[in-house]
Structure formats: structure tokens, C-alpha cells
Design a protein around this ligand. Structure first.
Ligand code: WTA
Length: 853
């Protein structure tokens, strides 16, 4: 393979006009190829080395290669050969024949390399001149330019602090004057109003955005800390606030615009008046046909159709607690949640469009009911919406007396009006189970008054939603993002919220931008995963469409600065502000972000705590980790806020244990200052007060006692031009405890090569340090992902460690797991890299890696 490379480049060079030139081009290419190849072989030597001293020698040689002229390559190769030769004999002496075989193979590779390098060198010494200059000098310069900066050798000892700050400080980006001029929050006096000494009364400003049936007497009741109660004594109805109250001024304005996935179907507009009619009729149905009352729970398992917000708002109208399970989840997953919440009614749909297919969704209802029954919960009624009313899209039979078509039932409730039930502010509005594929799901219970106030306030100031905006959050309503920032926040503010049924790249990567253009979307909101994916499959697509966003959001994961910049310059056309919003299912709304007209953006950092949120980073012993120290720690919120969940449904101990016990010094205290909220995320705070979220505390790889944020490593890999997605996972290692293995997928049209692997290696070494150098870079066709698009690092980590990958049935692409496993494990076995059997703790750690529960 190696020996063929010069021949290939010679052949390629043959297309150039003159023989001299061809030869010159071929030589430059060969030189580059050989430099890259030697670097890769040295990387293999490092990986195969048994001692740190040997790793260091190989590393030094690698540095030399980067800057060596071609004439020096044979000599470097000879020294590398001596090094690996010595290792070979040591392995043989130890009786480790597998390692010996692998090292011997590297020797052979090197020998072949030496021959090629010599040949090239001979050619070069014949002193051929190219038109316009000395070829050797040109070759050298070209090689230097294309190889980029030679990394400085780093000190052997790298402190944790140094590693934490290795993610280069990024430049600031400012909002345009045009954006500032129209922003809801453009007067810095707002920071004063939300200053810490104004807590908790500052949040009246958010609550005052709502219409209350009766005003509250206590803004924050801490008597049963940390089970916080907000706006106690106040009463309101969430549906009234999102629908009825807008009728007076905006009756015929679009509340929702629904975009079906099939592009042949036109978008459907639902005005506030129409929404009002639908929630009233459905409320009559839920009340009279299902007998539901305030405080009852109902499970929803619905896709991205307007009927979903209709159902949620209807429940809110009656004070019924809804629990929407993400439509992509399996029937079994839905069944556990039915049982946990004690729902007697399930609301679902027969099917929906996804990637061009009309899926059979109703079949999951039968599985869900079966699972719930096994857990002791009977479901009396299943309400089935039909994607095309009047036509049943599922092959699953309707169970007589249990399953009902909603479109048929609704005819009985035409034009009925049901008064909104006035609910106490602290009554639960909904339960949202936190994401993850294993472990018992946690039902995060959210309140009516505090939650609605918080999402309305943050939608107004951080999303900058105005009544006349067309706002599109391309997330699923089945996640907290959709609840807060597709349904409750935007509708409470009386704006127009767009709902899209399908996948972003159906039928192609231009779809989101066509929707934006057609509907005149002004605010766009999505996840880093979607941004990465759209960047991967259609980097030039946004340029083809004439939409104009004033504002864009990212949420859900850390976003790599590279990706952020594409979002800003290509999707946002350099005009839109970006808010990177850090928060969680548990939180109801944003915790960390920039106030778009008043605080500059910084790629890769979410920003400071949002208005009224006072975060702190603590180490394991509870000491504060100061801003600018460069150290990572556990991010906590020192104060409660109105959007925070009230408890884990049915499991208050888990609520206490997971979020509050760790940093509470006095469990009897009723002072909120004694109960910081532990977010279970790692973070670093820069001197400017901006936080960089490193991911869940378990998303950390501990290499030789150094905590490395997977996101930092991945971000470094993403600076390599050819890389589309990257995931770093830990592999149990005898010498260093854990080492990093890197999985990358490439942009379309890029062919996998050792050169790319070498580039990833170099990027990580350069950006973070050799401590983070991956043991192997695996180029894969795709990453295993959840239905919400998060990369399942747990699954990849299990492959790398030869442990059980666990249940992958809820993944979006389960088939990729076997493909990756065969590829990776076969190669590892061939290289003698099958790890010893893991201890129970190690196996548990791998299994939990990157899990969000
Ligand atoms: C991560 C999604 C970095 C974090 C709203 C958190 C983020 C978890 C960001 C919650 C962000 C969320 N930057 N990381 N902007 N937003 N995360 O519950 O680890 O699905 O704890 O809520 O996602 O995920 P969840």
C-alpha cells in the first residue's frame, strides 16, 4: 500500500502540462505523503510502547518529522526503526507474542517507508529545476505550510488547572445595532433589578407578565426547604394565559404554524381563536368522556403535530397533570412512565411522518399498556388521534371499549366551552421524565405559577420574543425544550410558534432553510447536534435561501467553537445574535446564557448566570472554585428560582439525594442559602464570568489523574477540517488509568485515511496536551445516537472496552452499533489490544459513561 503511493501520485501528476512540472508536483505530493505516513507510524509506535520513556522518544521523533526536509526522513525512519526493533525483542523476551507480532509489523512498514524515502531523495538530488524556482526549497515550504504549526513540546507535568484552560479563549462577538435597537432588554438597569440583594422579589417582574386570578402573598416560601414554593397564595390557569387572554387583541393571529413533513403538504395555521376552540372541545371530552379532574395524571405519547400542544393546554385548562413521553421512545419506555405517574388515560396518535415514512405509532400504545400492567397500572382509555382524520394509519386493531378515535369523539363536543380551572400557583402543571436510555427515569415535577412565570420571562428577555415574531424552535415538544420554548413560553407571550413534524434533513439539508424562508421565521432555536448534522450534510445550503434570522439559540449540549462559528456566519449570515442556553429538564428554563443585546457572545461558552440566577463552582470538598482560576468543578446554583422543579414524582428522597444533599451543610435549615442546587454538570468559569459547561460530571475522562472534559477533546478534533462529528470515550489502561479513544465521522466526500487520523491526533495534542492524546482514532460511518440526537458515548465506550453495550433498542440507529463493534474490536484483537477483564467498578463506570440520568 505504502509502496504504491508514489506511483499513484506520479499518475495523478501526469495531468499537468509539462513533464518537469508533473515530476515536481509528484515529488511535493510524495514528500507530504511520506511525512504524514511517518508521523502515523510513529503514532503507532507510541501506542505500542510499553514505557513512558519510549513514548517520549517516539514523540520527539514525531516532532522532528513535522519540520524535517525530505532528505532527513530516511534518517528519522532509521532511528524509529531502531526504537521499535528494541521493543520487539523486549516483547519476545517477555513471551508476549501478540505484541511482538504487532511491533514487527510496524518494523516492516518502516522498512518499506525507508525505501520509498530513499528513492524520493535520490530523485531530488538530481537537481531538477522547476519553472520559477528551486524545487527543493518550494517542496520544503509547501510541506511546512500544509503541515501547519509544529506543536511545542509540552512539559511532562501538566496540572489539572492547565488542562482545564486549554480550550483556547475565544473572541467575543457583538450584537448588531439593529438587534439592540429592537431588543426587549437593552437597558443595563435590568441587571440592577435582578441583583442578588433583590432576590427573591426580582422575580415578580416575570410573574407580572402573566394574568393572575388572585395575586400571591408570599413570593418564595422556604419553610420546607428544599421543596420550594413560589408565588404562594396566587392562583392562575396556564391555558388561559397561553390562549384566552390573547383573544381580545390577537384573535385571528397565528398561534401555531404547523409544517407537515411531506413537502407537498402546505403549512397549517392555527389562530388563537382556533386554538381556543380546540382546547375547549377537547377539555369537554377529557372531562366528560374520560372523567378527568384537576390533579389526575395523563400520559401523552405524541409526535410533532399541533394536537400535542392542544392536548397539553387542555390538560392545563382542567388542572390535569400531563406527562408527555417523547414520541420516538418505545412502547416499553412509555409504559414505565405511565406506571410511574399513575396515569389511567393514554393519549396517542395512529402514525406520523418521519424521513418520508408514515410510521405505525399506535402499535406502541399496546406495548405501553402491557408494560404498565406488568407494573401494576391499568389504563382504562386510550385516545387515538388520527394523522389523517377519518383514515386509520395503523395496522394494530383498536381494542373495543378501550381505544377511541378522537376525531369521532369530538363530534359530540362541538362548540362546547369549558371554563379554565383556577389553580394554585404551586399546583403541578406537568411531569417530564429526564432523558437517558437506562436507569429508572426521574419524573421532574413542574409547578404552574413559578414555571410559567419563568418561561415567559426568559422567553421575553433571552429569546427576545415579540408578539409579531415568527418563532421556530426546531426541537421536539417531548423534551423540556419543547415544553418551555415551543409551547408555554412563546404562547404565554402571544407570539407565533412554528412546529415542524419531521427530521431536519428531509428530503434534504435545505429543508429548514426553505421553511424559514417561506414562513418568514425571525427567531430560530435548535441543538448543537442538529447544527453539526446540517453543517455536515449541507454546509452551503443556508446561502441558497433568503431568510433572515435576528436571533438564534442553541441548547442541550456544549457547542464546539468551530460549529458555533458556522452557525453564526452561515446559518445566521453574520446578522443574528446567538444565545447558547445552558439548563436542564429539572430547571424549567435557562440557567446560563448571555442577555443578547447587553452581553457579548463567546463561542463555546454559554455565558454568565441568567437574570436572578447566581451560580457557583464548587470542588468535591465544597470549596469555591474561583472565576479565572482555570479549574473545573461542579456547577451549582446558590439560590432557588421559579422554574426549578418541585420534586421527583413519587420519590422525594431521590430529589434530595441527587440535587441537594451534596452541598447542604445543615439539613434542618430553612434558609435557601444553605441549599445550593447541584446541577451534576462540570464547568469552568473564565475571568469574565462566562461559564463553559463541560458536560455531566460523569462525562469526564480521568487520564493519569487529570480530568479531561470529553467536550474539550472533541472540540479539538473538530478543528480538523475533514471531521463532522467527534466523540471521546475512556478506555481502561494499565499505565494511565484511563486513556482516551476518539471516534470521528467525516464530512461527505472525504475518504478515511491515516492522514486524517494523524491530524486528529495532532489537533488534540496541540489544543490540550499530550495527556489527552487518543490511543486510537476510529473513523466510523456514523455515531450511535438517541432519538433526540445525542451521541451515546456509553455505547461507544462499551465497544472500546469490550463490555456489554446494553440496551440499544431505543437508539435512532441501533444497526450502527454492530458495525462499529465489528470494525473496532477486530482491529483491536489483531493488534493485541483486548483489555483484561474489567473490575466491577470499572465496568459500572464504562456503562454509566456519558449517561444523562
Ligand atoms: C447539557 C436540556 C452545554 C448539560 C435543556 C445538562 C448543556 C444537560 C447545555 C441537560 C449548553 C444543556 N451547554 N451543556 N448550552 N444545555 N446541556 O435535561 O449537561 O435534556 O445537564 O435538558 O444537557 O439535558 P436535558
Amino acid at each position: 500500500m505504502l509502496a504504491m503511493a508514489p506511483a499513484v501520485t506520479w499518475g495523478y501528476a501526469g495531468v499537468s502540462p509539462s513533464w518537469e512540472e508533473c515530476r515536481g508536483v509528484a515529488m511535493v505530493m510524495t514528500q507530504q505523503y511520506l511525512t504524514g505516513e511517518l508521523s502515523v507510524i510513529l503514532g503507532e509506535i507510541q501506542a505500542a510502547a510499553a514505557t513512558e520513556a519510549c513514548v517520549r522518544q517516539a514523540w520527539d521523533l514525531r516532532l522532528e518529522v513535522e519540520s524535517a526536509p525530505v532528505t532527513a526522513l530516511p534518517s528519522v525512519a532509521a532511528r524509529a526503526l531502531a526504537l521499535i526493533n528494541g521493543l520487539c525483542w523486549e516483547s519476545l523476551a517477555r513471551g508476549d507474542t501478540t505484541t511482538f507480532a504487532r511491533q514487527a509489523a510496524i518494523c516492516a512498514e518502516l522498512y518499506e517507508f525507508g525505501v520509498c524515502a530513499h528513492l524520493l531523495d535520490e530523485e531530488l538530488t538530481r537537481e531538477h529545476r522547476l519553472p520559477g524556482g528551486d524545487f527543493r526549497e518550494e517542496a520544503r515550504q509547501m510541506a511546512e505550510n500544509t503541515e501547519g504549526q509544529v506543536p511545542e513540546p509540552r512539559d511532562e507535568e501538566i496540572s489539572e488547572a492547565q488542562i482545564a484552560v486549554h480550550w483556547r479563549e475565544e473572541e467575543y462577538f457583538s450584537p448588531s445595532a439593529r438587534f439592540i435597537g429592537q431588543a426587549n432588554a437593552s437597558d443595563p438597569a435590568i441587571f440592577e433589578r435582578f441583583a442578588e440583594d433583590k432576590f427573591p422579589e426580582c422575580f415578580r417582574e416575570y410573574a407580572d407578565l402573566l394574568t393572575w386570578d388572585s395575586y400571591w402573598h408570599t413570593t418564595l416560601d422556604t419553610s420546607n426547604a428544599p421543596f420550594w414554593k413560589w408565588f404562594v397564595g396566587g392562583r392562575l390557569n396556564a391555558c388561559y394565559n397561553c390562549v384566552d387572554r390573547h383573544l381580545a387583541t390577537d384573535r385571528n393571529k397565528a398561534a401555531l404554524i404547523w409544517v407537515p413533513e411531506p413537502e407537498s403538504a402546505d403549512p397549517v395555521t392555527i389562530t388563537y381563536q382556533e386554538l381556543y376552540r380546540r382546547v375547549n372541545e377537547f377539555a369537554a371530552l377529557l372531562r366528560d368522556f374520560c372523567g378527568l379532574r384537576a390533579g389526575d395524571r395523563v400520559t401523552l405519547h405524541m409526535p410533532m403535530v399541533p394536537e400535542l400542544p392542544v392536548v397539553m393546554l387542555t390538560c392545563a385548562r382542567l388542572g390535569v397533570i400531563h406527562s408527555q413521553v417523547f414520541g420516538g421512545f418505545s412502547g416499553g419506555a412509555c409504559g414505565h412512565r405511565i406506571a410511574d405517574s399513575g396515569s389511567q388515560v393514554l393519549i396517542t396518535m395512529d402514525g406520523y411522518y418521519r424521513s418520508g415514512e408514515l410510521t405505525d405509532h399506535k402499535v406502541k400504545a399496546d406495548e405501553a399498556i402491557h408494560t404498565a400492567r406488568q407494573e401494576g397500572q391499568e389504563v382504562g382509555k386510550v385516545l387515538v388521534w388520527r394523522r389523517h382524520p377519518g383514515q386509520y394509519a395503523s395496522k394494530t386493531p383498536m381494542a373495543e371499549g378501550r381505544d377511541f378515535f378522537v376525531d369521532e369523539l369530538l363530534t359530540r363536543y362541538r362548540d362546547q366551552v369549558v371554563a379554565p380551572v383556577s389553580m394554585p400557583a404551586e399546583a403541578p402543571l406537568f411531569i417530564m421524565y429526564s432523558s437517558g436510555t437506562t436507569g429508572r427515569p426521574k419524573g421532574c415535577q413542574h409547578s404552574t405559577g413559578g414555571y410559567l412565570a419563568y418561561v415567559a420571562g426568559t422567553s421575553r428577555y433571552y429569546q427576545d420574543i415579540h408578539r409579531d415574531d415568527t418563532y421556530w424552535c426546531m426541537a421536539d415538544i417531548g423534551w423540556i425544550t419543547g415544553h418551555s420554548y415551543i409551547v408555554y413560553g412563546p404562547l404565554a407571550l402571544g407570539t407565533t410558534s412554528v412546529i415542524y413534524e419531521g427530521v431536519p434533513n428531509y428530503p434534504d439539508a435545505g429543508r429548514p432553510w426553505r421553511i424559514a424562508e417561506r414562513l418568514g421565521v425571525t427567531i430560530f432555536h435548535t441543538s448543537p447536534t442538529a447544527i453539526r448534522m446540517l453543517r455536515k450534510v449541507g454546509p452551503e445550503e443556508p446561502k441558497k435561501y433568503s431568510y433572515h434570522f435576528k436571533h438564534m439559540t442553541t441548547v442541550g449540549e456544549p457547542i464546539e467553537p468551530e460549529v458555533w462559528r458556522w452557525y453564526h456566519s452561515v446559518v445566521g449570515k453574520g446578522e443574528a445574535v446567538i444565545v447558547d442556553t445552558w439548563w436542564q429538564t429539572e430547571n424549567g428554563g435557562f440557567l446560563g446564557s448571555t442577555l443578547p443585546a447587553l452581553q457579548p457572545m463567546k463561542p463555546g461558552s454559554c455565558g454568565p448566570g441568567v437574570l436572578g440566577i447566581y451560580p457557583v463552582i464548587r470542588d468535591e470538598d465544597g470549596n469555591e472554585v474561583k472565576a479565572g482560576s482555570g479549574k473545573a468543578g461542579n456547577i451549582c446554583i446558590r439560590n432557588p428560582w421559579p422554574g426549578v422543579f418541585q420534586t421527583v414524582w413519587g420519590d422525594p428522597d431521590r430529589y434530595l439525594d441527587t440535587y441537594y444533599r451534596k452541598y447542604c451543610k445543615n439539613p434542618d435549615s430553612t434558609d435557601w442559602r444553605d441549599w445550593p442546587y447541584f446541577a451534576n454538570d462540570g464547568a469552568v468559569q473564565a475571568a469574565d464570568g462566562y461559564y463553559r459547561i463541560l458536560g455531566r460530571v460523569d462525562d469526564v475522562i480521568n487520564v493519569a489523574g487529570h480530568r479531561l472534559g470529553t467536550k474539550e477533546i472533541e472540540s479539538a478534533a473538530l478543528t480538523v477540517e475533514e471531521i463532522a462529528e467527534a466523540a471521546a470515550v475512556p478506555v481502561v489502561d494499565e499505565l494511565r488509568g484511563r486513556v482516551v479513544e476518539m471516534y470521528v465521522s467525516l464530512k461527505p466526500g472525504v475518504t478515511p485515511s491515516k492522514e486524517i487520523e494523524g491530524k486528529v491526533d495532532t489537533a488534540i495534542e496541540t489544543e490540550i496536551g499530550k495527556i489527552a492524546r487518543p490511543k486510537t482514532v476510529w473513523i466510523v460511518a456514523d455515531m450511535p445516537k438517541t432519538r433526540s440526537g445525542k451521541i451515546m458515548r456509553r455505547v461507544i465506550a462499551s465497544v472500546s472496552n469490550f463490555t456489554d453495550v446494553g440496551d440499544v433498542s431505543t437508539l435512532a440507529n441501533p444497526e450502527i452499533v454492530d458495525e462499529i463493534r465489528h470494525h473496532v474490536q477486530a482491529q483491536k484483537a489483531a493488534r493485541g489490544e483486548v483489555p483484561r477483564e474489567l473490575t466491577a467498578e470499572e465496568a459500572a463506570e464504562i456503562k454509566a459513561f456519558g449517561q444523562t440520568e
